[in-house]
Design a protein around this ligand. Structure first.
Ligand code: FES
Length: 162
């Protein structure tokens, strides 16, 4: 082997070794990126499957919708229900012994009635938007909050004010 051939041969060997090292490093990098991408998408996924809210009938009095808490999920703190009335559907939740939240149940995304619950969130059955008990968007596609109404609680009856 001539000296020129030996130099070319060493140069070819070094180039090949560098390419192999670079390919291995890139493979490691892409694998790490792939893992990070799949891990980062998990937290936005819903934690569990929503269940249907109990449905109650509300009575419209002209200035409020009234619903009895007795015998319904509204007897327990943390309980929630869908209250239908001629004034529209409402989502009502008991937040303490004498306090309730009431929000309109018409989803601000495309107008479906919100009928599900998961933990302390309301869940729209159409595209999965989630709202807090006070109506704020927790997860889209909805971007606007549900309209909240003031409530009072007297003699076991929740009144949703207009
Ligand atoms: S209508 Fe409720 S998420 Fe689309």
């Amino acid at each position: 082997m001539s000296e020129t051939n030996a130099i070319v041969s060493r140069r070819s060997f070094c180039l090949g070794a560098c390419h192999a090292t670079a390919a291995a490093a890139l493979a490691t990098l892409f694998t790490a990126c792939g893992s990070k991408d799949s891990a980062s998408s998990s937290p936005s996924a819903p934690s569990s499957t929503p269940t249907d809210l109990a449905v109650l009938s509300g009575v419209f009095t002209g200035s409020a919708v009234q619903v009895a808490a007795a015998g319904s999920p509204l007897t327990d703190v943390g309980g929630a229900a869908l209250v239908n009335s001629i004034a529209g559907p409402f989502l009502v939740a008991r937040t303490s012994a004498a306090a309730f939240t009431a929000v309109e149940a018409v989803c601000t995304h495309e107008g479906c009635t919100v009928t599900g619950t998961d933990g302390s969130t309301y869940v729209c059955p159409c595209h999965g938007s989630r709202y807090s008990r006070s109506g704020q968007v927790v997860m889209g596609p909805a971007t606007a909050s549900l309209r909240q109404h003031a409530t009072t609680f007297t003699d076991g009856v929740v009144s949703i004010a207009f």
